[in-house]
Write a protein that binds this ligand. Structure first.
Ligand code: TXA
Ligand code: MG
Length: 325
């Protein structure tokens, strides 16, 4: 497996690999994806094999522009309004699949719906255009583990299962896209992300239903334990056990260590701060990167300070809960 900077020459190499049925580590603004030609069932099967992903869990298909989706899925008025407002960007829509849609049934796990997204990242856009086909791409990590926010994460966790990784720095948003199901009359948020329910409601002009664990069956991926580091996480920590590392949010001035001591005196490798100023967007972009980093140190446990459950904080808490259970 090779990692190369996502310049024009690298994009052309990657496009050739995709046309031949290979897998590419693709940078996007959310997390790195593991991309294959969505029309090539054999290539898509390799994605499931590389990730150890159950075949009932469908994949997102990535397009260059909203109008490129036309042959594949039904864009109703809601979808058009959201596309206009949020694409390219971190929003995935579940739409009705068109009859004769040539996308592999493996991508959709046999469902009558298709998940679509137009990523806001130059390398992803260049790759889609050069390949000339829609790209199926889940996050580029083994199933159930932390999503990758750098090319190095992809290389470390998937190794030779990827043919080539395009490197383009850290993912700007750092959390997977918001997933909204528009395949039925009721619009439902299946996965919280950087685009909040309030923003979506404002564009749609109506209230959204937010899927609970119990109706998660609508988004098969949400059923699974997810985003988990190897090190156990303890959430909403207000103080520290003596051998715990700290993933902080905001000021650590008042964090004490049981039995004596203050968090501010922890050795450098035992503390990371998602955002010292309490900025939720900054925290989202640091979450997976810091968890990857802390997970490499073999701490006994990681205590995580509480994150306000508002705006993108809802998506951060969703990922943390899945990582902790
Ligand atoms: O930001 C992202 O969305 C990244 C980048 C690479 O685009 N991709 C990503 O893919 O997070 P993945 O496979 O890790 O998550 C896709 C989620 C899963 O929970 C899956 O179950 C759900 O979308 N999904 C895909 N197709 C679906 C469908 N037809 N109906 C319901 N849920 C679907
Ligand atoms: Mg994933």
């Amino acid at each position: 497996m090779k990692i190369i900077a996502a310049n024009q020459n690298a994009i052309e190499q990657a496009a050739t690999i995709l046309k031949e049925g290979g897998l590419i580590g693709m940078p996007t603004e959310t997390v790195y994806g593991l991309a294959a030609n969505a029309l090539d069932g054999k290539a898509v099967a390799r994605i499931f094999e590389a990730k150890g992903r159950p075949s009932f869990n469908p994949l997102i298909t990535h397009f260059g522009r909203a109008r490129d989706i036309e042959p594949y899925a039904e864009m109703d008025e809601r979808a058009k309004a959201l596309a206009q407002k949020f694409w390219p960007g971190p929003l995935t829509m579940i739409l009705k699949r068109k009859t004769n849609c040539p996308i592999s049934d493996l991508v959709t796990a046999g469902l009558p719906t298709l998940a679509v997204r137009v990523p806001d990242h130059k390398a992803a856009q260049d790759l889609i255009r050069a390949a000339g086909v829609p790209l199926a791409a889940p996050s580029a990590n083994p199933s159930g583990t932390l999503s990758p926010t750098s090319a190095a994460h992809v290389a470390r966790t998937l190794g030779d299962k990827v043919d080539l990784v395009l490197a383009a720095g850290s993912s700007r948003i750092g959390l997977e896209s918001t997933v909204i199901d528009l395949s039925t009359e009721q619009s439902i948020i299946l996965r919280p992300g950087g685009i909040t329910p309030e923003e979506l409601e404002e564009t749609l002009g109506h209230k959204l239903h937010i899927a609970e664990q119990s109706d998660d069956i609508k988004s098969p991926g949400q059923l699974l334990k997810h985003y988990a580091p190897k090190t156990p996480l303890r959430l909403n920590a207000v103080d520290l056990n003596p051998d715990e590392a700290l993933l902080a949010f905001g000021s650590t001035k008042f964090m004490g260590i049981k039995g004596g001591g203050a968090a501010t005196n922890l050795p450098e490798d035992m503390i990371r701060n998602l955002s010292e100023t309490g900025d939720l967007h900054e925290a989202a972009s640091n979450l997976f990167t810091m968890l990857h980093d802390m997970d490499a140190h073999n701490h006994r446990a990681i205590a995580v300070m509480s994150i306000p459950d508002i705006g993108v904080g809802i998506a951060i808490n969703d990922r943390l809960k899945r990582a902790a259970n």
